[in-house]
Design a protein around this ligand. Structure first.
Ligand code: SAM
Length: 68
């Protein structure tokens, strides 16, 4: 998991448009204080501009109607 890779000084924010997936991710991240999970879409990310250093997706873009 990314939280273990980046170390204790970083934050990892997971975002998914499905409430069910957000709840599953929250359970998987229990005890990992660096991890936050938010409900949101790739076109409406709940993040301020220039507020993150890295972004990645895992098996999401094939579900998005306009991934560009
Ligand atoms: C194959 S699952 C992968 C879930 C997760 N990335 C993982 O690796 O466990 C694809 C996910 O993409 C999410 N998704 C689909 N369209 C999305 C969008 N427009 N914005 C954010 N998430 C989206 C779905 O809710 C689903 O949870």
């Amino acid at each position: 998991m990314l939280a273990k890779a980046v170390g204790p000084s970083a934050r990892v924010i997971g975002i998914d448009s499905s409430q069910e997936m957000v709840e599953q991710a929250c359970k998987r991240a229990e005890g990992l204080s660096a991890v936050e999970v938010e409900l949101g879409g790739v076109h409406t990310l709940p993040l301020d501009d220039v507020s993150i250093d890295r972004a990645g997706t895992d098996r999401v873009l094939q579900s998005v109607t306009d991934p560009a």
